[in-house]
Write a protein that binds this ligand. Structure first.
Ligand code: ACO
Length: 404
């Protein structure tokens, strides 16, 4: 019994390195904490150059998509792998509009949900619930799966807006077929048509959040889908993963921090104390980018623009001061603003409540999640990594009455 070798390599981690090491057991076994640097799949959906601060979706730089594309066109491009022709895009947009409506039972249920849970939890519940009524639930052909995917992407904004209207005791506002995906969300949320310039800024923010390689939430969706589970389950896994403050939940906390700081002259002291106490500054740092996140650069411009438009530069001036100090203090370590740092300021000026920032992120990212799930499952292999056992080889079982 004592001689049994479990999945325990024969030699210990090299040099006590807790993060990355080579383990020897009939050849090398690599261990990377947090899977840093591990390539878990081949993908042609997006690529990040973390040193240069560049991001491409299927070869096109995001700056170009933010300038010329729409969320719907980008979604089509990510899902189908090619830019749509005019008629293909028209058809796709029409399908998305048609699928915006929730099943009656899901709508009724949202209206009855309690007002206090975090909206990300509501989103998880509602996406799972909507899956029960999906007429394509049992479809496994490519068109059927695509319809399921487009249905979820189209339903998420309605779920978020309906829940917000219901919890604030306002009438729900049904989707407006004359508006695009981003503008329609603002319309359903506020009950009035958005200013076209602001709708376009929101559309751009959605493009920038649509896809980002094998981040934690996308990977969670892929792991679930790799067991050949259904797409709703994969998206629910991703929503639960995006919720955490180290991932999509950071944007909400950035605004909380800006309010806590209050004025630009208090930034120096706040950041100094936080770093001394080893607290993280939300909206900074990234596993892949070791320089300025290109999405943050674009969102910063719109945060500036909206601050000037509303004559309120409080948040942006605190934000810029934090950025300056963080780059000075931690830039050499590769810590720069990430996508979450300026998005919250943009969303606040668009009248989006703070606890909806992460659901809005999910709304945009649902496309990336779905694109990766579809790509991976076409040539599927179940994800099943191994853990490195660090416990004892053998422990005697002591009957409970003899334990002390
Ligand atoms: N503030 C202060 N120090 C930081 C920060 C930060 N925001 N981020 C990283 N560091 C420091 C760490 O303390 C660590 O320092 P050390 O080497 O002296 O111990 C070093 O930088 C590396 O940090 P790790 O945690 O190892 O980096 P990792 O790649 O695991 O984490 C993460 C990346 C989670 C994004 C991290 O930078 C972080 O916690 N940022 C704040 C939360 C945030 O903004 N999340 C949103 C990310 S973007 C997205 O998911 C959409």
């Amino acid at each position: 019994m004592k001689n049994i070798k479990y999945l325990k390599p024969l030699s210990p981690l090299q040099k006590g390195d807790d993060n990355m090491g080579v383990l020897e057991n009939k050849g090398a076994i690599e261990y990377s904490k947090g899977l840093e640097g591990v390539i878990a799949a081949l993908s042609s959906i997006s690529a990040i150059d973390g040193e240069q601060g560049k991001l491409i979706y299927r070869g096109i730089p995001i700056e170009m998509l933010a300038k010329h594309s729409t969320y719907e066109e980008t979604a089509y491009f990510l899902l189908y792998g090619e830019l749509p022709t005019k008629s293909a895009l028209d058809e796709f947009v029409a399908e998305m509009k048609e699928l915006r409506y929730l099943p009656k039972r899901v709508e009724e249920c949202i209206l009855e949900l309690p007002p206090n849970p975090h909206p990300m939890d509501i989103l998880k519940v509602a996406v799972a619930h909507a899956g029960l009524y999906d007429p394509d639930q049992l479809e496994s052909c490519r068109e059927g799966v695509m319809r399921k995917v487009i249905r979820i992407i189209a339903e998420i904004p309605t779920i978020i807006a309906y829940y917000h209207r219901a919890r604030t005791k306002q009438e729900i506002v049904p989707p407006n077929p004359n508006l695009g995906h981003a503008a329609n969300f603002l319309y359903m949320l506020h009950g009035k048509e958005p200013d076209p310039e602001e709708a376009r800024i929101f559309d751009i923010a959605m493009i920038l959040h649509a896809e980002h390689g094998l981040n934690a939430s996308t990977f969670a969706a892929m792991v679930t889908a790799s067991t050949l589970s259904d797409i709703n389950s994969a998206i629910v896994s991703a929503i639960g993963t995006l919720k955490g403050p180290l991932h999509g939940g950071a944007n909400e906390r950035v605004l909380k921090m800006l309010d806590e700081i209050g004025t630009p002259d208090r930034v120096e002291e706040y950041v100094k104390n936080a770093l001394m106490e080893k607290r993280r500054i939300m909206g900074f740092g990234h596993r892949v980018y070791k320089t300025y996140d290109p999405r943050a650069r674009i969102l910063k411009q719109y945060a500036e623009k909206l601050s000037d438009k509303y004559g309120d530069r409080k948040w942006i001036s605190i934000g810029e001061k934090i950025e300056e100090m963080m780059i000075r203090e931690l830039g050499k370590k590769g810590i720069f603003p990430n996508v979450d740092f300026y998005s919250g300021i943009v969303y606040s000026f668009l009248g989006i409540p703070r606890d909806l920032f992460t659901p809005v992120f999910a709304m945009a990212r649902s496309v990336g999640w779905a694109a990766h799930v579809c790509e991976y499952t076409q040539n599927n292999r179940i994800f099943r990594p191994r853990g490195y056992y660090t416990g004892p080889d053998y422990v005697e079982y002591i009957p409970i009455e003899q334990r002390r």
